[in-house]
Write a new protein. Structure first.
Length: 210
């Protein structure tokens, strides 16, 4: 599953909130943060870590320049088919070009994410769309079209106000896409609230399809 959103939307915070929900449900989650240093991430996650114990499920958060090859080797050394991997984010990685073009190098990274998927329960990754796309579509993926082709599920996240976000299913290999849902997200506490945006969902013609 790819979460796609413009810079500043909060992809990192939102995916970490997803990790928290998984941990609360008893699912082991390994989250790899390649963009933010540990000190910054720890400060941002402080409210989450005060209310949720990641250690209770053997979940971990790794910070640093981990490559997808590093992650695959770590999973091989400590296998768990029920584990969920969160990788933030492939687009921001420093790619040592083997082809001479970044788009082909990104394609190789996402192909390896597919390999990783077969070693665990699911893989979530973050990605950026084209900067000028005001409305996110399946064709909005930046730099390499193969990202949307390789993904089983492609989710777009867009702002609809200071704290209201719209999550839309742009691709769903397992069923119908096109559904969307509005929710409020508190970036300070890293908490989401569906009821606060209920008036938007109630008027949404796609609501019954979710």
């Amino acid at each position: 599953m790819i979460f796609m959103a413009q810079p500043g939307t909060g992809k990192t915070s939102i995916t970490l909130s997803v990790a928290e929900e998984l941990v609360k449900q008893g699912t082991q989650c390994w989250a790899f943060e390649t963009e933010l240093p540990a000190q910054v991430l720890q400060g941002r996650m402080a409210p989450m870590l005060r209310r949720t114990s990641f250690a209770s499920t053997g979940s971990r958060i790794f910070c640093g320049p981990y490559s997808i090859d590093d992650v695959i080797e770590m999973v091989k050394e400590d296998p768990n088919p029920n584990r969920i991997i969160i990788f933030d984010g492939p687009d921001a990685m420093f790619v040592k070009s083997s082809t001479g073009e970044r788009r082909f190098d990104l394609e190789q990274i996402y192909m390896k994410l597919v390999i990783l998927k077969h070693m665990c329960k699911a893989v979530f990754a973050t990605s950026q769309p084209r900067r000028n796309d005001q409305e996110l579509k399946i064709t909005s993926v930046a730099e390499s079209w193969s990202k949307s082709w390789l993904a089983d599920v492609l989710v777009g996240i867009q702002r609809h106000g200071p704290s209201t976000l719209m999550l839309s299913v742009l691709k769903n290999r397992f069923g119908p896409g096109g559904g969307r849902i509005f929710f409020n997200y508190n970036y300070e506490t890293m908490e989401w609230d569906l009821t606060a945006a209920g008036h938007l969902n109630a008027a949404d013609e796609d609501w019954d399809d979710l």
